[in-house]
Design a binder for this molecule. Sequence first.
Ligand SMILES: *Cc1c(COP(=O)(O)O)cnc(C)c1O
Length: 228
Amino acid sequence: MSTLADNLSAISARIASAAQAAGRDSASVQLLAVSKTKPASAIREIHAAGVCDVGENYLQEALTKQQALSDLPLIWHFIGPIQSNKTKAIAEHFDWVHSVDRLKIAQRLSEQRPAGLAPLNICLQVNVSGEDSKSGCAPADLPALAKAVAALPNLRLRGLMAIPEPTDDRAAQEAAFATLRQLQEGLDLGLDTLSMGMSHDLEAAIAQGATWVRIGTALFGARDYGQP
Ligand SMILES: *Cc1c(COP(=O)(O)O)cnc(C)c1O
């Protein structure tokens, strides 16, 4: 049985070797531990092993874990689809949101961000694979959305996020991530963040400039189906 600490060393080694292959400093790639469906105790364990950034997809599940872990200096990232009626709690309880794909949601997050907190870090999720079922704004709509979000007072637009269609083909993985990078460069807004790459495709994402890789399965093990 591999422990979380073993999984973390294996992931760190994959990140380091992918960064080296891309001629990048491995410190330029940050690890986001995606803990959906996993218990608070697993987050406590990964934190003890040195990880501070945690990604959650489901609000209620995240809030319950935040309460159980309020003694730890964790940085919480919301990475799931966002409904309007969830924006207030997300604005109050998270440091980053990676999954903003429309202006209405961004406006609500900005309005509802509590005054005492730093601006909420935002990534715009882009649908780079063109699948109807996936969330994310269409590439054609991105420039206007990015400009409008960058102007909102209580948000800090950091960059872009994508979840490409899963494939084992390395060239296809890289093509999707390259699309996201080029879209970001085209915005010319001085953005510093590309949230892309998961357990199965982090190498391709790092080759194309990922600054956050969002890793669930390879850290915490397979998720039970039928769970949220
Ligand atoms: C679940 C999830 C991940 C992690 O995926 P793994 O394949 O388990 O590493 C990353 N990003 C998002 C948005 C997710 O929902």
